[in-house]
Design a protein around this ligand. Structure first.
Ligand code: PMP
Ligand code: GLN
Length: 381
């Protein structure tokens, strides 16, 4: 059958490519971002209990109310911002669905969407398939800083949306309070919608606070915040998350959401509603992942890889320029096929595939997995 692709340039996502290669070569898989340790058995019990209690049919379209309520309480206590569970919080099938639905709801052909590169790979296809035009700002230097004057210059009358992601995948950097204030100033007096991807909201290191867009009134009034229980509670395969936004924006979102998935899965929502009542489940997460980051970096401190410690997320970038001149894609493939360690090359997320000889490693892994990976990294020539 003859048809014209709406996404002619889109190939299979790098996460599938690298995980597949890891599987084929029985390599240690630090590429795709998911934990190799189990989710809390208490959560599994809660899901089982919900299924046995008969919560196996559709949930309400925006999600069960008790879950939306605990989410509102969590945001209120962490960021001092009140969201109305009735009108301003929707449970989604993971953050990916929230992001796709937000973009589909608001982006018309010709609308510009500004995003920062390197960028997580689900934003751009969602913009393009809806006829939008992605406009890129490349993050600068080893610290992946935002050049706010470039952002200002690239905002035009056609800009409909800006997408940010903090803590940032793949760089492991975070936006500071000053960054958020700059963004607030840039967007003031515009009707631009902000999509703030905060799936790593609870994985911020070195005693820093997560600068959620909900903390900044001039941002919150125009922002969809997207979150993922998969990232926070070690169950990426459950595909459950949520988004929050002011009522007027959320009303539009739900018009699309109801015909996109209608609702997210029901028993998981029941389980999360109970589980989230205990705040320690997410408040202990920064220390948990900081220990993993520090242990991993300590293990590879004698290697030829150089690094700036990750400030958030469960990803660590390693610079391999002291080892080889190969492109990051070639080196990532060789590291997997010859040495048995899978990672993600960063150039695939950059403007013009800019290659800074960086690979991304996921440290959401058991100690023994990290040790095996470190042994390989310490002997990589
Ligand atoms: N945004 C970012 C930055 C991510 O790394 C991911 C991967 N989890 C997602 C969104 C998607 O989250 P989910 O698995 O809940 O769809
Ligand atoms: N967010 C995960 C990562 O960055 C991957 C999710 C996916 O495979 N689409 O590795």
């Amino acid at each position: 059958m003859n048809h014209l692709s709406k996404l002619p340039k889109v190939e299979t996502t790098i996460f599938t490519v690298m995980s597949r290669l890891a599987h084929q070569h029985k390599a240690i898989n630090l590429s795709q971002g998911f934990p190799d340790f189990p989710t809390d058995p208490k959560l599994i019990e809660l899901v089982t209990k919900a299924m046995k209690a008969g919560y196996n049919q559709y949930a309400p379209m925006p999600g069960i109310y008790s879950l939306r309520e605990v989410i509102a309480e969590k945001i209120e206590s962490l960021h001092k911002k009140t969201y109305d569970p009735e009108h301003e919080i929707t449970i989604t099938a993971g953050a990916t669905q929230a992001i796709f639905t937000i973009i589909s709801t608001f982006i018309r052909p010709g609308d510009e969407v500004l995003l920062f590169k390197p960028a997580y790979d689900c934003y751009e296809p969602a913009i393009v398939v809806n006829g939008g035009i992605p406009v890129f700002v490349q993050l600068q230097g080893k610290e992946f800083k935002v050049d706010w004057s470039e952002v200002k210059n690239k905002i035009s009358s056609k800009t409909k949306m800006v997408i940010i992601n903090t803590p940032h995948n793949p760089s492991g950097t975070v936006l500071s309070k000053e960054d958020m204030l700059r963004l607030e100033a840039v967007l003031a007096d515009t009707d631009i919608i902000l999509l703030s991807d905060e799936v790593y909201e609870h994985i911020v290191f070195d005693g820093k606070a997560h600068q959620s867009a909900s903390r900044f009134p001039g941002l919150a009034e125009r922002t969809f915040i997207c979150a993922s229980f998969g990232k926070t509670f070690h169950n990426t395969g459950w595909k459950t998350g949520y988004c929050v936004a002011p009522k007027q924006l959320m009303e539009e979102f739900r018009k699309t959401h109801q015909f996109n998935v209608f609702c997210a899965n029901h028993p998981m929502q029941r389980a999360f509603a109970t589980y989230l009542e205990d705040a320690s489940s997410y408040l202990e997460l920064p220390a948990f992942y900081e220990r993993k980051r520090d242990a991993f970096l300590e293990m590879i401190s004698g290697s030829k890889f150089s690094f700036t410690p990750s400030k958030g997320t469960y990803f660590q970038l390693l610079d391999y320029s002291a080892i080889t001149d190969e492109s990051d894609v070639d080196f990532a493939k060789r590291l997997c096929t010859e040495y048995g360690l899978a990672s993600i090359p960063i150039s695939v997320f950059n403007v013009n595939n800019e290659d800074n000889r960086l690979l991304r490693f996921c440290f959401a892994k058991k100690e023994e997995t990290l040790q095996k990976a470190a042994r390989i990294l310490n002997t990589t020539q």
